[in-house]
Design a protein around this ligand. Sequence first.
Ligand SMILES: N[C@@H](CCC(=O)N[C@@H](CS)C(=O)NCC(=O)O)C(=O)O
Length: 223
Amino acid sequence: MKFKLWGRPSSARTQKVMLALAELGIEYQFIFASATMGYDGSVAQGYSPYGVVETPEYLSMNPNGTIPTINDNGFILWESNAIVQYLGMNYDPALFFRNSTRIFSSAARWMMWENNQLIPPMHELVMQLVRLPIHERDISKKETARTQLIDELTIVDAQLKKTEFIAADVWTMGDIPMTIRCHRWHLLDIDRPDMPNLARYYKAVKLRPSFRSISDPEMHINT
Ligand SMILES: N[C@@H](CCC(=O)N[C@@H](CS)C(=O)NCC(=O)O)C(=O)O
């Protein structure tokens, strides 16, 4: 197989690449790799990791020892949003950003925003709700993360009142991270305020055939 993806299915950043590849209909070899999760569960729960990320071979591709990493017929790339942008530019610019610099930039902005604003509180929430052993969970940290996420998602909800999708009135690569965050948000066992535009968006993105590649709740709320 010419296209290889290293990662773990429970990693939202790996899922960005999986969703992008599903949109593009590209077949690939998936190689399990992680320092924090393994076949039985997370290292935080005492299980062994998939590994691979600490090997010299992997570090020579990705010196961070993080996931995801791709090898597309000899072209190696890490950093999930850069991978999604490369896939769009290389394989289907019309689908990923309508061949428009402005739509590309609008979508890239939301991808960076998701990385900076949504990931930290969502990561904390998943740790506090499912991944940490029960005795290590902290109710106040969980509540702080939930409240922060509500503040950030209020910004998303307001944007979705103005545009059908996150970066424009058409689906773009910017919807790849947002779909994953929106799905994870709805799967978590927490109180959620009404966000009508986000609810409308969630319904729409779930209808895309590619959604099946990341829909399994086990990929989001696993231990
Ligand atoms: N900014 C990087 C961050 C990479 C990153 O931190 N990935 C996480 C998974 S989402 C990771 O490698 N976690 C440790 C592991 O699973 O070994 C990206 O977007 O690719």
